[in-house]
Write a protein that binds this ligand. Structure first.
Ligand code: DGY
Length: 324
């Protein structure tokens, strides 16, 4: 039987690349740089499957090719707001993602960010490495206690729930949830969480707000200057979801004028570029380079999950993670 042809747009963990190469007729992007829109268009004319990541902009410009050969876009990652689902559907392409396998690691990183910004760990490390530390002192780099505080979780899917688990059971935090659909009572009970009806109702109650909603047009700039003004003046915003969910200029202003306590970001609207106003915020802003799922375990599991979806698809079954 002829093996389906597959293009992988970035380098993946070696064990997954080997299995892919065994099971499919694979073309690897050995240069490991994001493909240009014209390279993507050429790929849709040539390969049965394209395996993109968040660094590939798969909008109508790339997808609108006559006589596309590609039948499935099996995304390496849970978020898929970089793929235009409607256009993919129009071209008869299935789209899958990789949920579950990265939820714990992404929640671990959100906790890391929350602790870093509250306890001023980034500032402390920079100071020490710059040779500026002159010893212990009662008023030096005094931060904010995390344990027992109120955590608002925006988006209560798998990652949001893993965040709640850590914050509630490890840190005794009180959990308030905003989710676009009602959360099952037994799920809320697990974390003694309360669901509120609107984001505007959540923001003024929280000491920390952690974003776990999908990206895309519906959540674009969900956190804007009006909503930042609803936060307590000593509250912290954590974003491990998608950069576009936050109005970055508005956030930078809130940080500069200290109308909120601080922010910690793992994702940005125009990665790898950082908004110039955010770059100027040093004291109360922690930034990481999109590391949410960056563990050996999660990245390997994501790859094998893509493989499962491909096998299902080419064996004529419904892929378990089909989103379009
Ligand atoms: C995800 O899985 O969505 C990560 O952010 C990488 O794309």
């Amino acid at each position: 039987m002829v093996k389906p042809s597959v293009l992988v747009t970035r380098r993946w963990p070696a064990a997954v690349e080997q299995k892919l190469a065994h099971d499919f007729d694979v073309e690897l992007n050995r240069s490991d740089r994001p493909l240009t829109p014209s390279e993507l268009r050429a790929a849709f004319l040539k390969y049965d499957a394209v395996l993109p990541t968040v660094t590939d902009r798969i909008g109508a410009e790339a997808l609108d090719v006559p006589k596309a050969q590609t039948k499935i876009l099996a995304n390496y990652g849970v978020g898929y707001s970089h793929i235009d689902l409607d256009t993919a559907r129009r071209h008869g392409m299935a789209v899958t993602n990789t949920p579950d396998v990265l939820s714990e690691c992404t929640a671990d990183l959100a906790m890391t960010l929350m602790l870093m910004v509250a306890r001023r760990a980034g500032e402390g490390e920079r100071e020490l490495r710059d040779g500026l530390w002159d010893g212990w002192c009662p008023t030096h780099l005094v931060g904010t206690k995390v344990s027992g505080k109120v955590l608002g979780i925006v988006g209560f899917g798998r990652i949001g729930q893993e965040m709640a688990r850590r914050a509630h059971s490890g840190f005794g935090m009180k959990i308030v949830v905003f989710n676009r659909s009602p959360v099952a009572p037994e799920v809320l009970e697990r974390f003694e969480a309360v669901q509120v009806e609107s984001l505007d109702a959540l923001l003024p109650q929280c000491d920390f707000v952690s974003l776990h909603c999908p990206g895309g047009p519906e959540t674009r700039k969900l956190i804007n200057s009006r909503r930042l003004d609803l936060m307590k003046e000593d509250a912290f915003l954590i974003n491990t979801a998608r950069g576009e969910v936050v109005d970055e200029a508005a956030l930078a202003q809130s940080l500069m004028f200290e109308t909120i306590g601080g922010a910690a970001l793992d994702v940005f609207e125009r990665e790898p570029a950082i908004h110039p106003m955010l770059e100027q915020c040093t004291r109360n802003l922690v930034m990481l380079p999109h590391l949410g799922s960056a563990t050996r375990e999660a990245r390997q599991a994501m790859g094998f999950r893509v493989l499962d979806n491909l096998h299902d698809f080419f064996e004529g079954k419904q892929p378990r993670d089909r989103v379009a």
